[in-house]
Ligand binder design. Structure first.
Ligand code: NA7
Length: 543
């Protein structure tokens, strides 16, 4: 199909989650012609798809919300510290309405291919609906945790009961009353849903391969101190959130656990545990880099698990032993550990009792047969690269992104890829993204990209591309940034370790959102250092 220059967009954005929506708003406000293609039937991304019971945000909502518009900020009130998924979805829909975004969002449509056209200096995009769209810039706002892993089990198709995936939950919900339910996985999704499923179901069996560290959310009303600080000066409050490693306020301490008397370490960890959520991560500056300091936090969490779980054998099984604290994404829960005190809940250790197969009635392990009416798969995502890999993207010279990333994802600043002109990733590999408060990372990326495209547009420059050297240097820098930390010690999805055959490489940038923001700003201030920018070739002039 041929597309005339007249119908070419300035930018096509893929995905209508928070990133895609804000990107659309920013580009339209700058006078650019932009549209969004979204696979779901509605906006909201993560919060559109992940409708499992108990799904909620792990960062306080006061900070996990947009700060770019004061009107939006003033009129929206969060009901709790950590908003539940339905409220986050309402917020996403509210943002779409408020900024009249939907007229430029094509729903129920998945991008199939995106090929760079050298002559026209544009991307040719096709969708599963058969549309062809030409665009100057292609912006991938496809999410870091949007494609479930293709985990499957022998015989699962013969199972007579229902199978649910946490990330593809039925919109009408599921009533587990009177059912015998099995759940596979003990990551964040499982840890949030297990307490609620356990209350409904007749019996719940949890199949655990690796235990995770989980901290109590202590969800409830937003803490007075935060509300006051925010109300006094919302701009200053937002700025303080962004000027941190993780993109949220955490009372980050400079103190070293190894220099602190043990009883003081314990008291500080207790105080932060009582506050809830991720606050414990900021307790000491050395817990993420020094095994001995980390061990103190591990021991503390283990003691907390023992306090909450009555059966010492079950408590022991729930205690992580194979990875340091914080090296896999820590979980935040409401009543997770105490759920194992319920008479209708049992924990199966897949390490000592491997899963053999499903049959028509349930799950067989090497030890027993379990009968179920329903099974829940909470088995995780092909993180950071999954959604990008699934599009047939070809850059200059027809090079496929999968080939360029064969040994792991390579980007410059997590924003662009050498050889893929005019293609941006929001919260892409090589950016801090999944190690941070996503909304603050999204705002930073979107604003940087919007400024860049505005400058190019004003100067009639047709293309921008990361240089090979800048990309190579950034890949090295991303590796160096994580080297002092314990993060690479875990077989985490940060490392690509949860997907068979995926190259092992620490994908996000561990240098902190504040440092990263400064680096991106400096690059722009130096005239987009490390990028190759081409002047318009006047391809449509009549000379
Ligand atoms: P996660 O955190 O990747 O958790 C997936 C869980 O599923 C984890 O416990 C896995 O155990 C388990 N799993 C995966 N495959 C299998 C098989 N084949 N057999 C048994 N168990 C399996 O995904 P979530 O959806 O919970 O959370 C993703 C992110 O969303 C989270 O980190 C937050 O950032 C929000 P394993 O550890 O691999 O042994």
């Amino acid at each position: 199909a041929s597309v005339t220059a007249a119908s070419r967009l300035d930018a096509l954005i893929v995905g209508a989650g928070f990133a895609g929506m804000y990107m659309l708003h920013k580009l339209r406000s700058a006078g650019l012609d932009a549209k969004v293609v979204e696979a779901g039937a509605g906006v909201g991304g993560t919060w559109y798809w992940n409708r499992y019971p108990g799904a909620r945000v792990d960062i306080q909502s006061l900070e996990y919300s947009f700060g770019f518009d004061e009107g939006l900020e003033r009129e929206w009130r969060w009901s709790e510290r950590y908003a539940p998924q339905p409220e986050l979805l309402r917020y996403a829909e509210h943002v779409a309405e408020r900024f009249d975004l939907k007229r430029d969002i094509l729903l129920n449509t998945r991008v199939a291919t995106a090929h760079w056209d050298e002559t026209g200096q544009e991307w040719r995009v096709t969708t599963d609906g058969g549309e062809t769209i030409a665009c100057r810039h292609l912006i991938l706002a496809t999410g870091c945790l949007s494609i479930p892993t293709e985990v499957t089990f022998p015989g699962i198709e013969s199972f007579g009961g229902a199978v649910y995936r946490t990330s593809r939950w039925p919109h009408e919900g599921v009533d587990f009353s009177g059912m015998r339910v099995g759940i596979i996985g003990t990551g964040s999704s499982a840890i949030q849903s297990i307490p609620i499923i356990a209350e409904q179901a007749e019996r719940l069996t949890v199949f655990q391969r690796t235990p995770n560290y989980s901290m109590p959310a202590h969800n409830g009303p937003i803490p007075e101190a935060d509300l006051e600080a925010w109300a006094k000066d919302p701009r200053a409050y937002r700025a303080a959130s962004k000027d941190t490693i993780g993109g949220f306020q955490n009372e980050a301490s400079e103190a070293l656990a190894t220099d602190t008397p043990p009883e003081e370490v314990r008291a500080e960890l207790e105080r932060r545990w009582a506050w809830g959520g991720f606050r414990i991560l900021g307790a000491f500056a050395d817990t993420s880099i020094d095994p001995e300091a980390n061990r103190m936090v591990q021991d503390f969490v283990a003691s907390k698990i023992r306090e909450q779980v009555k059966d010492p054998a079950v408590a022991d099984l729930l205690t992580p032993k194979d990875h340091p604290f914080g090296t896999k994404r820590p979980c935040v829960d409401t009543g997770y550990y105490a759920t194992f005190n319920r008479p209708n809940v049992e924990l199966v250790n897949l390490r000592s009792e491997p899963l053999v197969a499903f049959d028509s009635t349930g799950i067989q392990t090497e030890v027993r047969n379990y009968t179920f009416d329903a099974v829940v798969l909470a088995t995780g995502f092909d993180a950071m690269t999954g959604a990008i890999d699934r599009i047939d993207i070809r850059g200059a010279g027809g090079r496929r992104i999968q080939d360029h990333w064969a040994e792991g994802p390579r980007t410059y600043l997590g924003l662009m890829v050498a050889g893929f002109p005019n293609m941006f990733t929001i919260t892409g590999p090589g950016s801090p993204s999944v190690l941070t408060n996503m909304i603050n990372s999204i705002e930073q990326h979107v604003e940087w990209i919007a400024d860049c495209l505005t400058v190019l547009h004003q100067r009639q420059q047709t293309s921008i591309e990361a240089s090979e050297e800048a990309e190579a240097a950034w890949v090295r820098h991303v590796a160096e940034a994580v080297t002092p930390s314990l993060l690479p010690q875990a077989n985490s999805w940060y490392m690509g370790a949860n997907v068979p055959g995926k190259p092992r490489m620490f994908m996000p940038y561990a240098g902190g959102l504040n440092t990263y923001t400064q680096i991106c700003q400096d690059v722009a201030d130096k005239g987009y250092e490390g990028f190759v920018i081409r002047q318009g070739e006047q391809v449509h002039s009549d000379s």
